[in-house]
Write a protein that binds this ligand. Structure first.
Ligand SMILES: [Zn+2]
Length: 137
């Protein structure tokens, strides 16, 4: 089975965030899940910063997509993170794009305001399940 993360927290600096990254890896391994996507709500470092640390901890050779809403490129936080994850697919989402993986269907909802690239993610229901919105900041 697959898993999708939404945001990754800040960079693991001096072990400060190692527990977060390790807990994600432990959970994935204990439940025999593989990570198919990392969805990022916006470029702020506390949401994007730990993407490289998570990929490194997973020894990831392939994550289907590391996805953000709007690539800004000129922001140093985003550039720093992207420079560390070259080789992974980074998809530039637009409002209404659908991410599908192993029966999970999530649509992107562009919500600029807190940040010019801010994206929310709407988990589509299966059967009688409710919609779930992941709103970022
Ligand atoms: Zn923020």
């Amino acid at each position: 089975m697959i898993a999708i993360t939404i945001d990754c927290g800040a960079e693991a600096v001096g072990g400060q965030n190692d527990n977060f990254v390790n807990s994600v890896v432990d959970y994935l391994n204990a439940n025999e899940l593989s990570l198919s996507h990392i969805l990022v709500t916006h470029y702020h470092y506390d949401h994007l910063g730990a993407v490289p640390a998570l990929l490194k901890a997973l020894k990831a050779e392939k994550v289907e997509g590391c996805i953000i809403a709007k690539k800004l490129y000129d922001h140093p936080w985003e550039k720093e993170v992207f420079d560390q994850i070259k080789g992974f697919t980074i998809k530039d989402l637009s409002d209404g794009d659908i991410i599908e993986s192993d029966g999970i269907k999530i649509s992107s909802v562009f919500t600029p305001g807190h940040c010019p690239d801010h994206m929310c993610y709407l988990l589509q229901p299966q059967g009688a399940e409710p919609y779930v919105l992941f709103s970022g900041d």
